[in-house]
Structure formats: structure tokens, C-alpha cells
Design a protein around this ligand. Structure first.
Ligand SMILES: C[S@@+](CC[C@H](N)C(=O)[O-])C[C@H]1O[C@@H](n2cnc3c(N)ncnc32)[C@H](O)[C@@H]1O
Length: 442
């Protein structure tokens, strides 16, 4: 301990951790400091002490970073939704660039540089979110919001600056809506999904809804021009409350004259405008032509497969979620695409080696945070694409997988893009483009 156990102490912050906390080294020990920025000297109040590293939060800033800004959100510091609002937006991007390059460097990939940056407005961008609901009588009843940082407690939100405006304006009314339900403490979550054509709220409930509950939700939907659904026990199918036959949500990818339909619980990329640019960049980088065959692994609704099919000879999309695969089929059909097929398959399965998808000239990989290690042998061994785009939401697993692709000399990293998909959070979305080495000579 730098001073008396638990007493605040001064520290110089030299960097930011991957989760957006300031990192200080004091008497040989690493401290992760909530709210501190690199270059700052702060008085740190310890919150958790461990033998190898400890955590604390800023009590007072003594020397202030030139990149520090006043966080616009009234809940900043408590709400776990955003952790970087106190860092000027372009410095947030520098931080993300550094995290990405460091991860690749540690994995022995590189040296590389970020060649492309995609970003749009950093506010009101979130078209998908899951709000937590808790009944806390001593805090006034029902609380609706994101979880607090590192805690299951809920930060009650009357507004949210990063959420889409069509939801923001009803946030303050959600507690009183739920308070009037038959079992107000039995609605653990509200899922939000914003399409170009409508906004949907899905109320998860642990007890059957009464007629009165349904009526209340219907009035709420009518008044706020929303689609409202219920979902029992949090994992079952969704049921429409109002309208009884709602429109299918959709979002457009105008560059490709594509419209993607989705249900409110389907996976969609959080930031609609960044997604448009991301899909455009990936398809451009892959330079798909009329003789190309494209394998889109972790394809979801067909967000990349369907635009790719506009240029390719054929496309195969693969995902483990049967609902997404069925929707991808529908999306291809609705967009007049007949050269794209979709297949349901667990790409982390131990039996994957038995699968032979055949050769493809082009691969798109967009795995969850855990990465795509399991499919890399298949890609290198039998699929053998000339070009591969890897879309990643976790630099650590991207770096690991990029190491596996490049170390054997089979592929090389030729371009690296950073997408500002989640401004003010510490999440890093990136795209890495790989060429098969024999095709890159010269
Ligand atoms: C980051 S999302 C990408 C979806 C899509 N490419 C898009 O842009 O909307 C990751 C996808 O991986 C799928 N997935 C997760 N685990 C999987 C597994 N074991 N096998 C195959 N797909 C999986 C999810 O269903 C999800 O659609």
C-alpha cells in the first residue's frame, strides 16, 4: 500500500486499461483508477486492494489531462453504459487505436497501422439495448436503466444520450408504467430494438400478464407510437402486445439497395450508420467480382452476405442461430437475391473438422467476442480463400486469431480498420483484411 490502508493517496496515471480505467504504478503496484486519464495526477481513493493489483477511484484531480472534457451525461460515473465520456472523442479513438495495435503487436502480428477509420455522430447512436429493471422501495420503487459499473445495481435513467431518440423520450415514463402492473417486480428486463421503420420494446416478464397489464402496455404503445412485445421468462419467443400484427422491423443498407428485416430480439449491429459504412468498407476491401464465391461465417441476418451477393457468383452464410438463418433466407428472398444460401451450424463444435464447405475465394468472419479460433484450421486447410475479412468486437481474440492466420505464413494482414461502433464505451470494433500469401506477391 502506498500509504495507510484504505487512505487516499496521490498517483500519476500513465495509461488507460482496456476497460477505460486509468493505470497508475505506485511503489511497484498497479492501480486501476476509475475516472482517471493518462497524464493526470490524482488523489486516488482505494476501493479494492489485492496483492498483485488494486482498484480505486478519483477523489480529486491535481494535474488535469488536456484531453479531459466535462461528461455531458448526468449519470456518468455511476451508470455502467459509458465509461469514457470524460475523454475527448478523438482521444477515445486514439485510445482504441492503441488497444488494437498493442493487442496485435503482442500477438506478433505487425507492425501494422490503422488504415481506415469509420465514425459518425457519437450521440443517439444506440439502436439496440437491454435495460435492467429492479424494484427498490427505499429508492422510490421501480428503477429502469443500465447496470452500474461493476455492479448489478441499476442506475435509474430519465434520459440516455447515446440511445436512439425514439426510445430516449419514453425512458422517464417506464418506471410509472411498470409500477402500475400487477407484479411490478417481475419484469427483469426491457429490450430495445430500433428499426428504420419502427421502434420496439420487449418487456420480459416472470409471471403471466393479466388483462390489465396487457391493456396498460397497449395504451403505452399507442401513446408513444411504439411496437410493444412481451417475452415470458426472458428467453422464450416474443409475443406482440400492440399492434397485434406488427410490421417487421428493418434497416437499410442503401449503398447496396438492401433492406434487412429483423425481429426485436435478433442480433443487429448496435450503431446503424456505422454499420452501413462498415458493410460498405468490407465489401469494397474484398473486391468481390462475378466469379467470386463468398463464405460468410457468423452471418446472422445476412448483414454482410446479402450485400456481398449483389456482386458475387454465390454466397453461403453460416450461423448457429436457427431464427437468424431463417430470417437470412427471408431477407435474401425479399431483396431478390437468389445466389445466397444459408446454413445453420455450430462453428465452435468439436465436430467442425468433419464439415467440408468446399473452396471459396472469399471469407467474411464476424464472430462473437470469443473469436473464431475453431474455424481457422478449416479456413486454412480446405476453404483456402484468397482474401478474408475479419470483423472483430474484441482486439484480444482478433490478435490471437490473426496470429494463427499469419504465423504459418499462409496469410498476411494487409489492412486494418477501426469502427467507432460504440462511442464513449471502451468497446473496440475493428476489421482486419488478410490476403493469402501466394496471391500477394509483388
Ligand atoms: C457479432 S454477430 C455478427 C452477425 C452478423 N455478421 C451481423 O453483422 O449482423 C455474431 C454472430 O455469431 C453467431 N454465433 C454465436 N455463436 C456461434 C456458434 N457457436 N456458431 C455459429 N454462429 C455463432 C451469433 O448468432 C451471431 O449472429
Amino acid at each position: 500500500m502506498p500509504t495507510n490502508q484504505g487512505a487516499p493517496f496521490p498517483a500519476v496515471v500513465d495509461s488507460l486499461s482496456h476497460d477505460g480505467r486509468g493505470v497508475a504504478r505506485v511503489e511497484g503496484k498497479v492501480w486501476f483508477v476509475d475516472g482517471a486519464l493518462p497524464g493526470e495526477t490524482a488523489i486516488v481513493r482505494p476501493t479494492k486492494t489485492r496483492r498483485s493489483f488494486s482498484s480505486g477511484r478519483v477523489d480529486k484531480i491535481i494535474v488535469r489531462s488536456k484531453n479531459r472534457v466535462q461528461a455531458p451525461c448526468q449519470y456518468f460515473g455511476t451508470c455502467g453504459g459509458c465509461v469514457l465520456q470524460h475523454l475527448e472523442h478523438s482521444a477515445q479513438l486514439d485510445f482504441k487505436r492503441r488497444i488494437l495495435l498493442d493487442a496485435l503487436g503482442k500477438a506478433g502480428v505487425g507492425p501494422v497501422e490503422v488504415t481506415n477509420l469509420i465514425g459518425t455522430t457519437p450521440w443517439g447512436y444506440r439502436r439496440k439495448a437491454r435495460l435492467s429493471v429492479r424494484l427498490v422501495p427505499k429508492k422510490g420503487g421501480i428503477l429502469v436503466g443500465f447496470n452500474e459499473r461493476n455492479s448489478k445495481r441499476v442506475t435509474p435513467l430519465a434520459e440516455c444520450l447515446v440511445i436512439d431518440a425514439s426510445v430516449n423520450f419514453v425512458l422517464a415514463t417506464l418506471p410509472s408504467l411498470l409500477q402500475g402492473m400487477s407484479t411490478p417486480d417481475r419484469f427483469p428486463q426491457i429490450e430495445i430494438a430500433v428499426g428504420d421503420n419502427a421502434t420496439a420494446l420487449v418487456f420480459q416478464h416472470l409471471e403471466p400478464l393479466t388483462t390489465g397489464d396487457t391493456y396498460r402496455l397497449e395504451q403505452f404503445a399507442r401513446k408513444n407510437n411504439l411496437l410493444v412485445y412481451s417475452q415470458s421468462s426472458g428467453s422464450g419467443p416474443v409475443e406482440a402486445i400492440f399492434p397485434h400484427e406488427p410490421v417487421l422491423l428493418n434497416y437499410a443498407l442503401p449503398e447496396f439497395s438492401v433492406s434487412i428485416g429483423f425481429s426485436p430480439i435478433d442480433f443487429i449491429q448496435v450503431n446503424g450508420l456505422v454499420n452501413q459504412a462498415l458493410v460498405g468498407m468490407v465489401i469494397d476491401w474484398l473486391d468481390i467480382g462475378a466469379t467470386d464465391s463468398v463464405l460468410d461465417l457468423f452471418c446472422g441476418l445476412g448483414n454482410f452476405s446479402i450485400p456481398a451477393a449483389r456482386w458475387a457468383k454465390r454466397v453461403l452464410g453460416v450461423d448457429e442461430n436457427p431464427n437468424l438463418i431463417s430470417r437470412a433466407h427471408d431477407n435474401a428472398h425479399q431483396n431478390g437475391i437468389s445466389n445466397a444460401g444459408f446454413e445453420c451450424r455450430d462453428l465452435f463444435s468439436k465436430d467442425l473438422a468433419k464439415w467440408d464447405p468446399g473452396q471459396f475465394s472469399t471469407v467474411i468472419l464476424d464472430p462473437p467476442r470469443s473469436g473464431a479460433l475453431e474455424v481457422l484450421n478449416l479456413i486454412k486447410g480446405s476453404v483456402k480463400p484468397r482474401i478474408l475479412a475479419y470483423i472483430s468486437c474484441d482486439p484480444a481474440t482478433l490478435a490471437r486469431d490473426a496470429g494463427t492466420l499469419t504465423k504459418s505464413g499462409t496469410y498476411r494482414l494487409v489492412k486494418l480498420g477501426l469502427a467507432d461502433m460504440f462511442p464513449h464505451t471502451a468497446h473496440v470494433e475493428s476489421v482486419a483484411l488478410f490476403h493469402r500469401c501466394e496471391d500477394t506477391v509483388g
